[in-house]
Design a binder for this molecule. Sequence first.
Ligand SMILES: [Zn+2]
Length: 246
Amino acid sequence: MRRRIGYLVAVLALVFGGIAVTTVAAPVTASADACYTWNRTLSRGATGSDVRELQIRVAGWVASGENLVIDGVYGAATEAAVKRFQSGYGLAADGVAGPNTFNKIYQLQDSDCTPIHFSYSEFNYNCGARNFNGGRVTAAEAKENTRRVMWQLEAMRHKLGDRPMVVTSGFRSVSCNSSVGGSSTSLHLYGQAADLGLSSSPSQCQMWNSAKSAGFEEILGPGYPGHNDHVHVGNKSSRFWSAPNC
Ligand SMILES: [Zn+2]
């Protein structure tokens, strides 16, 4: 969440000729985010790590069936996603990421750069290990992949009327995944997937449908074997959507 650094008052006590003079410096308003602060307006053609950080946060605001490439290049797809994000939060939808857009993102993120309604602790249960170790990628990669998933879920959650969604499984190590009967190629091994349980407020089919326009390419729900008690969403390069009962 946004951290406000209010007025920084510098008090300088200067002594001139034995007389103490206290000078109160003109206040400087500094606003920053404990997680990440953008220092420039971004628009079409911009490149850099700040574009990449923006892309992660708007990856859930794509067209149906689209998966935003997180490449640090502000192209047409990023511009369109920014427009949808802006529109979704009642901002002027110009596709340019300036102060209003960044302020909204600051409101939506926690100090660890995850969105306010999701946290790493919901994803790292890992059969009780409480970490991101033992998967098919390094723990750091799995954690970073999870962060992207969380921002996509935050977008889904907002589009579904700001109703809570409950993550029942996130990252799983190879051994954990085997023990719960997961596929040997499961996206859970990469931190690229989330299972949304029945105690979520939206229905399974609402979540399954909404995930299509939140950048997920693997979406499995009711009627697909083993998925009657949750909706599975994940990031991959090829599409696999199935929920025969929706
Ligand atoms: Zn799953």
